[in-house]
Design a protein around this ligand. Structure first.
Ligand code: AHR
Length: 554
């Protein structure tokens, strides 16, 4: 039996419901049915500000993510900006992409940043961390890293989008000095040091001001097979006397895999052995959770437990959502462990890898390692996960969907001049207005659904979501997980009055629906008139849907 560690080693009605004046302009829809569910938004129960960084991304130098996905080269016939795929940059601007993590993942702990600076033609080719797992069909750039994209190109990509870079340092195979010098290369004032000069010579005299730095990645596995105690010692060493320059560095410690509570606890115990002041070094604790085991409890084997990305059964739809729903318990659980050591909760959670992970076979571009075809199921999964993050704004400082393009839960697929926005990409568009909003406690009341799980009836919640308010604009997002039943939902605002409102949603009669290079508009946002009956807002959420309601407040 193999687990992920082995794999990586190898390569939530009444009379006071929402009242609407006839001046709102809302279109009354015909509803002979009465509502079966309710959403109540509690304006006097704010939860905290939703960090825009919850809507972050992850771009590892892995197979087709970087080369062919992000980078096409300056001389390419594919429309590009300084070698970077233009269509990708344009859509990432549209969704207000906030932060992008690079260069890994496992790749990070084998990467020497010094290989990726200086004139392109003089940069060395290196064997990629993932080389051994690549298939015969993979192009050379996937196996042997040409280093065409280094720190300059990646930070430029982020700046073109308006996103913050989040760099992951190599703890497994480079000394602490290399990390310090990478920080110096990125952030030292123009003309101050030899490395600042090297940055200037590349056309970037002004400091990059990179704030977010990961100290290793999955240090319990591909990042060095450390025990939490060993990694804590390394964390202290790598984080001591880092150059600060103008910016406060925000260091993210390599954190637990899913529910490995021991890692969080023992890491903090050891770090704090030198005193409580050590807490000030840690901005965030990383947390990784992939929904991969669709075996319904039959195996924990990393390969055997996985399911199909596209050709799945109805039970697999619900099982995937069940695996993803674990995220809420992971957030509250690790937060609880953090509270044992950090009473003021200075240290936040950074969920810098999340998403479904299926078995190979659905790649849009044959040969792309870990690439999978995102379907409507993944859109619903992603909406559900983003809603979980929105419900815990005081705990989750950042989250990065794994991964951006041509990989696991990708927002985009691309190959040469072909480019398509996946259903997951459209979810980020629907949810963008939550960024920087004040999260509000919101009660989702709906009866459970039931599905057949190996001859037994399994329950699953019937409606879930989140709400936030910003600048007199309320965003409610919600997921209807039922594959076949719509939800007719009455919406009540406690403490505010609604004006104009719109709803956008993703759904399709086929739960396997997805967008391809040839059919790019199978799952795209649809706009639906909101219904108002007797002054109450009633909205129908179609089966298998993820939806965003934007309501202007008066
Ligand atoms: O996202 C793919 C891999 O999954 C990352 O490289 C690693 O950090 C995780 O195990």
């Amino acid at each position: 039996m193999i687990n992920r560690r082995d794999f990586l080693h190898k390569g939530a009605l009444g009379a006071t419901a929402l009242c609407l004046s006839s001046k709102t302009g809302w279109t009354a829809a015909s509803n002979s049915r009465s509502a079966d569910s309710r959403i109540e938004v509690l304006f006097d129960e704010p939860l905290g500000t939703i960090s825009p960084n919850i809507y972050g991304h992850f771009a590892e130098n892995l197979s087709g993510v970087l080369y062919d996905g992000i980078w096409v080269g300056e001389k390419s016939r594919v429309p590009n900006i300084d070698g970077l795929r233009k269509s990708l940059i344009e859509h990432m601007r549209k969704i207000k992409a906030s932060v992008i993590r690079f260069p890994g993942g496992c790749f990070a702990d084998s990467y020497d940043w010094r290989d990726g600076i200086g004139p392109a033609e003089k940069r060395p080719r290196r064997t990629n961390f993932w080389a051994n797992a690549e298939t015969e069909k993979a192009p050379s750039s996937h196996r042997y890293d040409p280093n065409a994209v280094g720190t300059n190109e990646f930070v430029h990509f982020c700046k073109l989008i308006g996103a913050e870079p989040y760099l992951a340092a190599n703890v497994r195979s480079l000394p602490a000095s290399a990390f310090q010098q990478w920080v110096e290369y990125c952030n030292s004032p123009a003309g101050s040091t030899t490395l600042a000069d090297a940055r200037g010579a590349a056309g970037y005299p002004d400091p990059f001001r990179v704030k977010y730095w990961g100290v290793g990645n999955e240090s319990w596995g591909c990042g060095g097979e450390f025990t939490p105690q060993e990694y804590a010692v390394e964390f202290r060493r790598y984080s001591t006397w880092l150059p600060q320059f103008d910016d406060e560095l925000k260091l993210i410690a390599s954190g637990p895999n899913t529910d490995e509570w021991f890692w969080t606890r023992e890491f903090l115990e050891e770090v704090l052995r030198k005193g409580r002041g050590e807490l000030h070094r840690i901005y965030g604790m990383a947390l990784h959770h992939y929904a991969w085991n669709l075996s319904r409890g039959k195996t924990q084997d990393w390969d055997a437990g996985k399911g199909e990305a596209v050709k799945f059964d109805q039970v697999d739809w619900y099982e995937l959502l069940r695996e993803g729903q674990r995220m809420e318990g992971l957030i509250t659980g690790h937060w609880q462990v953090l509270s044992e050591f950090d009473h003021e909760h200075r240290v936040k959670l950074v969920v810098d890898e999340w998403g479904p992970w299926y078995r190979p076979g659905s790649e849009a571009t044959p040969g792309d390692l870990l690439e999978q075809m995102p379907t409507l199921r993944d859109a619903v999964f992603s909406g559900m996960t983003l809603d979980i993050f929105n419900r815990h704004p005081e705990k989750v400082a950042m989250a990065n969907c794994a991964q951006l393009i041509n990989c696991l839960n990708s927002l985009y697929l691309a190959h040469e001049d072909k480019f398509v926005i996946t259903p997951v990409g459209h979810v980020f568009e629907l949810y963008a207005s939550h960024q920087g909003g004040e999260a509000l406690r919101t009660i989702f009341s709906a009866s459970n659904l039931h599905y057949d799980r190996d001859g037994k009836s399994a329950p699953f919640w019937g409606l879930s979501g989140s709400a936030s308010v910003r600048d007199k604009s309320l965003t409610i997002t919600a997921v209807n997980p039922s594959t076949n039943e719509p939800r007719l939902v009455e919406i009540a605002l406690r403490g505010a009055t609604a004006g104009e409102a719109t709803m956008k949603f993703l759904s399709n009669p086929d739960i396997h629906a997805h967008n391809t290079f040839d059919q790019r508009d199978v799952v795209v946002p649809q706009t639906k008139a909101l219904s108002s009956t007797g002054g109450v807002l009633v909205v129908e959420f179609p089966p298998a849907s993820v939806a965003a309601l934007n309501i202007q407040l008066r």
